[in-house]
Design a protein around this ligand. Structure first.
Ligand SMILES: Nc1ncnc2c1ncn2[C@@H]1O[C@H](COP(=O)(O)OP(=O)(O)OP(=O)(O)O)[C@@H](O)[C@H]1O
Ligand SMILES: [Mg+2]
Length: 370
């Protein structure tokens, strides 16, 4: 019998004992898979995939870290990413570590199946210290001030290791469920096992993406799922608990599938908008930098919304005076905005930045564009 304040050592292994793939869930599966396939295709079509690969995982890192109240702005993160400066706030460094853990995880699952070892590595990267599976009692989900537990995960290193083994076995052997349902089931289960003293939420959100990559539904980590989770955090928490307390698997799975669908569609919309901004800027570059426009320059401006003179020099193979002249001319013509970060000058592609960070639905393209 489960009680909020007692370690849930009887946590059952997957699969759930109830029928998860109800008609309603299968309808969500079909919609989420269509949206995800669309996103994967759109990402494969994009001329310069680095555009999304740099920026979206950084936004994912920002959103995911925010759940833990590590609050950074997208500006701060893109700046920190460019500068690697000591002055970078710890909060920004933490979010940058999230992206590194995500990238390392992606590289790993492209080589070998996801393992307990990888979970430990991911959590260690996030926490910037060697993490081990919890040994000491006292970890609970709940209000840290009142110390009122909402949920207390299983205790004891051996027991936790066994639960994790069963978790990886299920992930790799089940053929019973759609891979998206597998993601939803394993996400709940990972959080319920709660193997670490901290960082379980962020590790679990990285694992969501890795599961989709491992199952071949996504080729790169560009699904920005943490934004949905952060926007629906109360519901996310309520449903995790409802699975434990009431076996509410269907509701939980539907919630996660809806997240995949929504996030895939909104990321696809961003890709379309990026295409428009990119093509407009290509024309502007040609007219503002006569004879000097360099195809690599356009790439640089869309790999990160923030760029440095030195990046332009290296990537375009030009001298400092040339790189400086180009960026200054673009700033003088309002294509870029120059800002100072400490002793560094950064040039911001503000239109690209606002497409990346905008959360509302895209406006219809203006007729004047045609
Ligand atoms: N009732 C619950 N049962 C199991 N897991 C839960 C429950 N409620 C919340 N959680 C999970 O616990 C996570 C928080 O755990 P922890 O503090 O170890 O992770 P974190 O990465 O440090 O924080 P956060 O997820 O808030 O960023 C939540 O993100 C959620 O995934
Ligand atoms: Mg925490």
């Amino acid at each position: 019998m489960w009680r909020p304040e007692l370690p849930y050592n009887e946590l059952p292994d997957l699969p759930p004992r109830v029928d998860v793939e109800s008609k309603r869930v299968l309808k969500h599966v079909a919609e989420a898979r269509a949206a995800l396939a669309g996103l994967d295709q759109a990402a494969r079509r994009i001329p310069n995939p680095t555009v999304l690969l740099n920026a979206i995982p950084l936004l994912e890192a920002q959103a995911s870290s925010e759940i833990e109240n590590i609050v950074t702005t997208a500006d701060e993160l893109f700046t920190a990413d460019q500068l690697n400066a000591d002055a970078t706030r710890p909060e920004a460094k933490e979010a940058l570590r999230y992206r590194r853990a995500l990238f390392d995880g992606v590289a790993s699952v492209k080589q070998r199946p996801l393992s307990t070892r990888l979970l430990i590595e991911i959590c260690s990267t996030l926490q910037a210290r060697d993490m081990r599976v919890r040994d000491l009692p006292g970890t609970f989900v709940g209000n840290p001030v009142s110390r009122q537990p909402v949920y207390t995960p299983p205790e004891g290193r051996v027991l936790i290791a066994e639960r994790l083994d069963a978790w990886t076995r299920f992930l790799h052997t089940t053929r019973e469920f759609d891979p998206l349902v597998v993601m939803a089931l394993t996400h709940y289960q990972f959080e319920a096992i709660h193997p670490f003293s901290d960082g379980n939420g962020r590790t679990g959100r990285i694992v969501n993406i890795l599961v989709l990559i491992e199952r071949g539904l996504l080729s790169e980590p560009i699904l920005y799922l943490s934004r949905y989770i952060i926007q629906n955090k109360a519901e996310y928490y309520r449903l995790l608990l409802a699975v434990t307390a009431d076996g509410a698997w269907e509701e939980w799975t539907s919630f996660m599938l809806e997240g995949i669908r929504e996030t895939a569609l909104s990321t696809m919309e961003k890709i379309d908008e990026i295409h428009v901004v990119h093509d407009d800027m290509q024309i502007e570059l040609r007219s503002i930098l006569p004879g000097g426009a360099n195809a690599d320059l356009l790439d640089v401006l869309f790999e990160q919304p923030y760029c440095r003179i030195s990046t332009v020099m290296t990537r375009c193979g030009v001298s400092r005076p040339t790189a400086t002249k180009w960026l200054k001319m673009l700033a003088d013509n309002d294509v870029l905005v120059a800002i100072r970060a400490g002793k560094h000058l950064l040039y911001v592609n503000t239109r690209f930045f606002s497409v990346l960070t905008r959360t509302d639905r895209a406006p219809q393209p203006s007729p004047t564009l045609f």
